[in-house]
Design a protein. Structure first.
Length: 180
């Protein structure tokens, strides 16, 4: 009889252990599902952090370009003020026969990017201005705008040097970004 009671107690303990095992398995399954969701959330967070870093780098580059453009605008305003002062100091225009048109060789039509075409137009304008400068110096009466040739050339040179400076800054910025 004692053997049967011990067997019954042992069976009850085995049933209780089986029930506890089933409950524990359900909790472990829920824990594994939570762990997988956490891992996917960490992966998404990592991807979002990478995108944020790229956006921040782009924003910094844009800020530096904005600073460079702001400096160019300030320089352009200074040159504009100088040109306006020179124009205001210049003599009143006299009614004379218009100067003979300066003929220069036509620029070839290159197949080049827009910046090269712009540089060619600037060079042609500088040639025309240089062509007008000696004629203005030899004329007995001052020609309206003749004293502005140096200011215009200075403005063109400042614009070209600002463009070169901006291009150098962009190249160094690109080198810095790709070096990192």
């Amino acid at each position: 009889m004692t053997g049967m009671i011990l067997d019954a107690v042992l069976m009850l303990l085995l049933v209780a252990a089986l029930g506890y095992g089933v409950r524990l398995e359900k909790k472990l399954t829920a824990l594994r599902a939570g762990q997988q969701a956490f891992a996917s959330a960490v992966t998404e967070l990592n991807a979002a952090a990478g995108r944020a870093e790229a956006a921040l780098a782009s924003l910094r580059a844009s800020g530096q370009e904005t600073d460079l453009l702001h400096d160019r605008i300030i320089k352009a305003r200074e040159v504009k003020a100088q040109l306006e002062a020179l124009i205001a100091r210049g003599p009143a225009p006299t009614v004379e026969s218009p100067p003979a048109p300066v003929r220069s060789r036509p620029a070839p039509t290159p197949i080049a990017p827009v910046e090269d075409e712009r540089a060619l137009r600037m060079a042609a304008l500088a040639e025309r201005i240089h062509g007008m400068a000696p004629a203005a110096a030899r004329a007995p009466a001052p020609v309206a705008g003749g004293s502005n040739v140096a200011a215009i050339l200075g403005a063109l040179t400042a614009n070209q040097s600002a463009k070169q400076s901006l291009n150098r800054a962009r190249r160094s910025l690109d080198e810095d970004l790709f070096a990192a």
